[in-house]
Design a protein around this ligand. Structure first.
Ligand code: ADP
Ligand code: MG
Length: 345
């Protein structure tokens, strides 16, 4: 019988489906770093070390001293849609206390790379090494390793050349990685977070709990000394953190970090609220440093947005905007960094 070639609809093979799906989650090396660091933090680590070679496609490694995994947990963890973090949609609706919950990161990273995981549970007798390549388990064997987990990702996008072509220069890709690790270091001052690039230390926080110390480790003394404390909030919205004086600025928004319920987000609403607080005392096209933590009731914010994006939706956008602007503004006024009758504009 006859076939019209333009109606030749057929099912994609599983490998193709897997790689297309992987491309949605893993856009660039920084997306891998984000997922792995989130897993380490969710595993209750007190130390998270990230090491990157070049642009991160040849090799990157995330090591933690978290709860670790047994052999059977490790085998399950790399399967599709497996998670220990939520059980069903009700858990998700109730608000998740962990950074991850989709159960797809390890599986999809392993679909587009050669991935080795070594893990040993806390207090466990032995460690396990699992090698995963292009979406399939290659080997599982006993391994001598410290408690915690190390994930090594090599040859990222080796089987998805289109995705690899989309990558930018090494400097740009590393910059994205640096931004990601920086945000988690700032958000988790009680965790010692470090970043290495080509065997050179980029920064390392001490993990002793102070936000000021984390800012000092990440951004250096000049910036740390320009920061003033924010501690405010209204109507169920709390706003806390550090912002720089109006003279200590950069030409990009990259250093204006905002977190909602502990999660790093890029939110025009929050960013504009911070800039507004300076009341026109910033030079044109200059952005302050900020490390700002906004807490809202979990049911009033939607975090179940696309995994690659770091956006949020607030039920009461105006309320959040007002709380942030007022919180930052009063901190700046109290420290004498801006005048209270500052002209707007
Ligand atoms: P999710 O984080 O959404 O649960 P992942 O694919 O990232 O999905 O991880 C799957 C599971 O593997 C996690 O739920 C967790 O139980 C386990 N896991 C992943 N990374 C680590 C780690 N660094 N330490 C301990 N357990 C981990
Ligand atoms: Mg995860």
């Amino acid at each position: 019988d006859e076939q019209a070639p333009d109606h030749d609809i057929r099912a994609l093979d599983a490998g193709t489906v897997q790689r297309i799906a992987a491309g949605e989650v893993v856009e660039r090396p920084a997306s891998v770093v984000k997922e792995l660091v989130e897993n380490s933090l969710d595993a209750d680590a007190s130390r998270v070390s990230v090491a990157v070679e070049g642009d991160g496609t040849r090799e990157l490694r995330v090591r933690d001293d978290g709860v670790g995994m047994t052999e059977s947990a490790l085998r399950t963890a790399v399967e599709e849609h497996t998670t220990s973090k939520i059980r069903d949609i009700d858990d998700l609706e109730a608000g998740v206390g962990t950074l991850g919950f989709r159960g797809e990161a390890l599986h999809t990273i392993g679909a587009v790379s050669r991935m080795t995981i070594r893990s040993k549970p806390r207090g466990g007798a032995r460690g396990t090494e699992l090698v995963y390549e292009g979406g399939a388990v290659e080997s599982v064997s006993p391994a001598g390793c410290p408690e915690g987990t190390v994930v090594e990702v090599r040859d990222l996008f080796f089987n998805t050349p289109a995705r690899r072509k989309f990558l930018k220069t090494e400097a740009t890709e590393f910059d994205h990685i640096n931004t990601v690790v920086t945000q988690y270091a700032l958000a988790n001052p009680d965790v010692a977070v470090s970043l290495e690039h080509d065997d050179r230390e980029v920064f390392a926080t001490e993990g002793r709990g102070s936000r000021e110390a984390a800012v000092l480790s990440v951004y250096g003394r000049e910036v740390a000394e320009s920061m003033t404390r924010v501690d405010g909030g209204t109507d169920g919205v709390s706003v806390e953190g550090l912002v720089s004086d109006p003279e200590t600025t950069r030409s990009t928004r990259e250093y204006l970090s905002t977190f909602v319920n502990g999660r790093y987000v890029t939110s025009p609403v929050l960013r504009e609220a911070v800039l507004d607080a300076y009341g026109g005392q910033l030079a044109p096209d200059r952005y302050p440093f900020a490390v700002l933590f906004v807490e809202v009731p979990p049911e009033t914010v939607d975090v179940n947005v696309h995994p690659r994006k770091m956006e949020v939706r607030f039920d009461d956008e105006q309320g959040v905007r007002r709380a942030v602007r007022e919180g930052v503004e009063s901190a700046l006024i109290e420290s004498g960094l801006i005048r209270s009758a500052a002209p707007r504009g």
